[in-house]
Design a protein around this ligand. Structure first.
Ligand code: IPD
Ligand code: CA
Ligand code: CA
Length: 260
C-alpha cells in the first residue's frame, strides 16, 4: 500500500505545485483568517486538487488540511489520515517571494509513514518513507556534519500570534544571533525542515506550528539522520506546541541555547 501512497502523494504535490507555479506573481485574491494570516484563492485550489487526487484512490481516508474547503470533509476510516498544507509560506506566495512549499503527509494508526514536500519554484521534491530514507529528487539526502553552533547556519520562523509571545521569541532569537554562525527566517517551516534534512541548514526551531506545517517534513528530517524534539527536549510529534530540529550533533547545544 505504501507504494501506492507514495505515487498518489507525489502526484498530488506535483499537480498542486504546477497550479502554484502558474499562479505565482499574478495578482492574488486574498481573504483573512486573522489580522496577519492570509489565505489566497490558490491555497484553496491547491488543497482541492490534492484532496481530489487522494480521494480518487483512497476514498475512505481521512483528511486533515489547513484550509476550510468542502473537499476536505469526506473520509471516515480512522486508521488512515492525510495531513495537508496546500501552501506553506502563504505570506511569501502572496507577495511574490518565491519560497513556499506544498506539504503532504500520510499517517497510519497515528504514525506518519510517508511525507512529501514540494518546492514548485525550484522543482525540488523532498520525500521520506518511514524506515527507508529521505530523498531530494530521488537522490538520498543526509543532514550536515557541522559539530558546533558557531559553525552552524540555523533557521527559525515566527508565528502569526507573535504578539502573545514576543518576549520569549525575541530572547531565543537574540541568543541564536550571538551563538550561531548565521540565522535565517525564510518563511516556510516545511522548507526550513527539509533544508535541515538536506544539510543546507544545521538546525531549526519554531513555536506554535500546526501538524500540517511539520508532519511531512519532520519525517524527512529523521529519515535523513536528523534529530527532533520539543524545546524542553521531549520527543516531538506533529501535535507538539513547538519543534527543534538539528543534524543531531548540535541538538544539545541548540536546546541549551534556546532555554530561557
Ligand atoms: C506558516 C509558515 C511560516 C511559519 C508560520 C506558519 P502558512 O505557514 O510555515 O514559516 O513561521 O508559523 O504558520 O500559514 O504559510 O501555511
Ligand atoms: Ca503552514
Ligand atoms: Ca498554509
Amino acid at each position: 500500500m505504501l507504494e501506492r501512497v507514495q505515487q498518489v502523494g507525489r502526484l498530488a504535490a506535483l499537480e498542486a505545485g504546477k497550479i502554484l507555479h502558474q499562479a505565482f506573481s499574478q495578482p492574488q485574491k486574498i481573504s483573512w483568517k486573522g489580522i496577519k494570516d492570509p489565505v489566497t484563492e490558490n491555497d484553496i485550489k491547491s488543497q482541492d486538487i490534492i484532496v481530489h487526487l487522494i480521494h480518487e484512490v483512497f476514498p475512505r481516508h481521512r483528511i486533515l488540511a489547513e484550509e476550510k474547503s468542502s473537499s476536505a470533509a469526506a473520509g471516515d476510516d480512522p486508521a488512515f489520515c492525510w495531513i495537508i498544507d496546500p501552501i506553506d509560506g502563504t505570506v511569501n506566495f502572496a507577495h511574490g517571494f518565491p519560497m513556499f512549499m506544498v506539504s503532504i503527509a500520510f499517517e497510519q494508526e497515528g504514525e506518519v509513514r510517508y511525507g512529501v514536500v514540494y518546492d514548485p519554484m525550484r522543482d525540488e521534491l523532498f520525500e521520506a518513507i518511514l524506515g527507508q530514507g529521505a530523498w531530494l529528487n530521488n537522490q538520498p539526502i543526509h543532514v550536515s556534519v557541522i559539530p558546533t553552533l558557531d559553525q552552524a547556519l540555523v533557521a527559525t520562523g515566527f508565528p502569526y500570534d507573535i504578539s502573545n509571545r514576543l518576549e520569549e521569541t525575541l530572547q531565543r532569537f537574540s541568543r541564536m544571533l550571538t551563538l550561531a554562525q548565521g540565522v535565517r527566517r525564510p518563511g516556510s517551516a516545511a522548507q526550513d525542515l527539509c533544508y535541515v534534512a538536506a544539510g543546507r541548514f544545521d538546525g531549526f526551531w519554531e513555536e506554535n506550528l500546526k501538524p500540517w506545517d511539520t508532519a511531512a517534513a519532520a519525517l524527512i528530517v529523521t529519515e535523513a539522520g536528523g534529530q527532533l524534539s520539543t524545546l524542553d527536549g521531549s520527543p516531538f510529534k506533529p501535535t507538539a506546541p513547538n519543534i527543534v530540529a538539528s543534524n543531531g550533533r548540535l541538538h544539545e547545544q541548540l536546546l541549551a541555547g534556546l532555554r530561557i
